[in-house]
Design a protein around this ligand. Structure first.
Ligand code: ZN
Length: 457
């Protein structure tokens, strides 16, 4: 990488749209300055509107393989999150390292083409199918890092602490053997991921706690006391399901978010993934902690989780990010639309999540991009000096953008367009998507196709 100067006809800066500027980056792709300029002074010209790339706050890469294939009813009509989880386990227990890498490579190409420029990978598939660690305990995390590096996506790899099958359990079920580590073994795995990331300048390593049901309070505290507790990003699935709330009440006499906030040092480095079932006092306290809510509307809809009260959360000043989670759909615009549309359907109102702005798309996109940066623990999600040049350039020639004023551009993109409006995507000032297509798309598709055939056979 070298220093770059990128001329932008129109770019969404920290205080609004700027016209005819040059974004100056250093050799690491970090923005040094944004100044008025001309195309003939620049290395690259971006004619279309340039917006921050969207960080994806929550992904389980391998689940892309089963997207849409778990839509069958259970034999007794009792299909639920828990029957979906059984289908997911059956896939998780068959995957080989090279298959995981091929699935992730294809998925990360799809993410870049959809305008996600970085991804928090909530990675719990650690061991061999029989539960024995690989010779390299971080073999599978390493596969994810390589996949992302090959296609130019920035990863915040979050190795997951997973110790037991449920509240009060001592160990894991047979289906969970690949996920399980003691806190001490987990800290070794974490250290290995951190060491490996030194070879991947775009990647970072954070910590994930699977859930309150998958580790005890003491196990979580032991990990937080180690190096992992100093990570810039700490994520946990929390209060996703009603059954989880009931089990937590039975085990601890407190609701999940209530228990989490009372027993662990939750601060702005934390991302509470889903946080669906909270009472008003939990919303208030979680927002005040500085944690980001990691909302995954398409997956939450698919799994029948419930609905996050984003309006109330934002009123309380809560930070919010979006994630593709089960990777059923790969589209930040779709996640944002569903977040807003769910509230409209429930309240009978329009334009609910406008925030301080008058337009929902403008507000939601910027809030989710900035919140995503916080959730990933990376200087991303905004276009300003000190941040990385992760940029999405919309297609200036797209018919749906013709004649659209600056105030409406993001709403047109979020509600009236989506990935089809993207022209190019840059991560750390390096272009990965041209004319809407990733340069490695065909090779990645071939790799994914081969895995689909192997797993079907
Ligand atoms: Zn998840």
């Amino acid at each position: 990488m070298t220093e770059q100067s990128l001329f932008c006809r129109r770019v969404l800066g920290e205080s609004g749209w700027l016209n005819n500027v040059i974004i100056q980056t250093d050799a690491a792709g970090m923005i040094r300055a944004i100044r008025p300029g001309r195309p003939d002074e620049a290395d690259v010209t971006l004619e279309g509107p340039v917006i921050p790339g969207m960080p994806n706050c929550h992904s389980h890469a391998f689940q892309r393989q089963m997207a849409g294939l778990a839509g069958f009813g259970g034999p007794d009509g009792a299909d639920s999150f828990w029957s979906w989880r059984d289908a997911m386990y059956s896939l998780a227990n068959r995957l080989q390292p090279e298959q995981l890498q091929a699935i992730a490579t294809w998925l990360y190409v799809e993410m870049l083409e959809a305008g996600y420029t970085a991804c928090a990978e909530f990675h719990y598939l650690h061991h061999q199918p029989d539960g024995a660690p690989y010779a390299d305990i971080d073999e599978l995390g390493g596969r994810l890092m390589v996949a992302a590096s090959q296609v130019g996506l920035s990863l915040s790899l979050l190795p997951v602490l997973y110790c037991r099958s449920g509240f009060g359990a001592n160990g894991a079920s047979e289906h969970q053997r690949r996920f399980i580590n003691s806190p001490a073994q987990f800290l070794n795995l974490f250290a290995r991921s951190v060491a490996r990331a030194e070879d991947h300048p775009l990647h970072r390593v954070g910590l994930a706690l699977h859930s309150l049901r998958a580790s005890s309070t003491a196990q979580i505290a032991e990990v937080l006391d180690g190096e992992a507790g100093r990570a810039a990003a700490i994520h946990i699935h929390v209060a996703e399901q009603v059954a989880e709330v009931e089990q937590c009440l039975a085990a601890h006499g407190a609701r999940p978010v209530e228990w989490l906030l009372a027993n662990h040092p939750v601060d702005e480095r934390w991302c509470l993934v889903h946080a669906t079932h909270m009472q008003p006092a939990e919303y208030d306290q979680a927002a005040a902690s500085g944690a980001t809510a990691g909302i995954c509307p398409t997956t939450e809809a698919d799994l029948g989780d419930g609905f996050f009260e984003a309006g109330y959360w934002m009123e309380k000043g809560g930070s919010l990010a979006v994630g593709s989670d089960s990777n059923l759909r790969i589209s930040p615009c779709e996640e944002l639309r569903l977040l807003e549309f769910g509230l409209r359907l429930r309240t009978g109102r329009r334009n609910v999540l406008t925030g301080q702005a008058s337009r929902v798309g403008f507000n939601l996109y910027q809030q989710a991009a900035a919140g995503g940066g916080a959730a990933l623990g990376q200087p991303i999600g905004e276009i300003r000096p000190g941040y990385r040049a992760d940029l999405v350039e919309l297609n200036a020639e797209h018919p749906m953008l013709c004649g659209v004023g600056e105030a409406d551009l993001l709403d047109r993109y979020v509600f009236g367009g989506g990935a089809g409006m993207i022209n190019s995507v840059l991560v750390a000032a390096k272009q990965t998507v041209h004319n809407g297509k990733h340069q490695a798309r065909d090779a990645a598709a071939a790799g994914f196709r081969a895995v689909m055939e192997e797993l079907a056979g």
